[in-house]
Design a protein around this ligand. Sequence first.
Ligand code: HSE
Length: 435
Amino acid sequence: MAAKVGVGLLGLGTVGGGVASILQNPDERHPLVGELELIRVAVRDLNRPRPVALDASLLTTDPSAVIQDPAVDVVVEVIGGLEPARSLILQAIAAGKSVVTANKAVIARHGQEITEAAAAAGVYVLIEAAVGGGIPIIEPLKQSLGGNRINRVSGIINGTTNYILTRMAEEGAAYDAVLKDAQELGYAEADPAADVDGLDAADKIAILATLAFGGSVDRAAVPTEGISGLQGVDVDYANQLGYGVKLLAVAERMAVSGDPLPLSLRVQPTLVPMDHPLAGVNGVNNAILVEGDPIGRVMFYGPGAGAGPTASAVVADILNIAGIRQASDGPGKVDPLLAAGSWRPCALADSGDIRQRHYVRFKTKDAPGVIGNVGGCFGERNVSIQSIVQFNASDAGAEIVVITHEVSQRQMNEALEAIQALPEVSGLAAHLGCL
Ligand code: HSE
């Protein structure tokens, strides 16, 4: 029988607890799970209550002791945050250990450095759990869809915000109470601002873009807007017009080819037509729609956060490494599909060139000719309107909601500037994307 594969865990929080629980209960799972042995676990505080019962002798407060333990073959980093997580991943690679991590923040910013270090050391860094919780999306992009030219990856990739938006829409629940539930259920980041401000989704779309288009992108340059500024009235109007509102992340190519390949990435609250496959993605679920040639459209759907789903993805990665290890008997040359390094430069396009449909709401006077003047400003800048509706007209004023056809951000900004200069328009109250 092949030797057991030693696993060292860095972190025993929500995800770490879920991983330990799978490793301790291998029955009726793939037989290779039974070949994994939890060797050591690094925790911050030895006396904290644990989500899973573990032999106290496995625990240490020294992550280096886990990494350097000769019986540890695979290091699982589920601490989160940028440091010390990044340094510990690099330390594990330098020690010749393959790494499994759920850390989207580190991979989105330091993925290239880490991939290069892993390739040089002949080890793997696998990240299935970093995007989409339990949904297999990383391996499909690296392997199963490798024969396609990917044109667009879009989706709902933050469970916390989708859970909040769904409960607010379905129950009229209060934002703060729902966020608290999401934290208790283990969905939210340690600092939930990362979820509600769209930063977590931006990390994830940057990672998906790298895999889909073959080159890393500047994470800091991804236009990002979360849901904290989203107003209930816009969700209401969107519903009346036949749309749901989702926090959508999008990465698409702006040209057939290029050196660097121009890409457009963004995260923003977006109107989704009720009959679109992403509109029915509710609660903590995520979905990623991949559009490629020749496959067309393929959608990956499932629970996007939480201990069990995320641990499922982590263990899948450990199994991949364990399988290769057992087949090859130790580190050596890496499988280029599983290792998935970049193969060309990519660059983010000017955000003015991003083309999409838009939803805007203006506060205006309820006066003759307002709709005509607003429509005229759009027409003069070649922005074609799909629908224009006036809501709530009264002495106090009116609200005009416009949904445009697809238009560049630059044209849209010019039109919005002109409209806000109209004397009868008192302000732009909302501006969302629209699929
Ligand atoms: N906070 C993240 C989410 C966890 O809500 O999606 C999974 O990455």
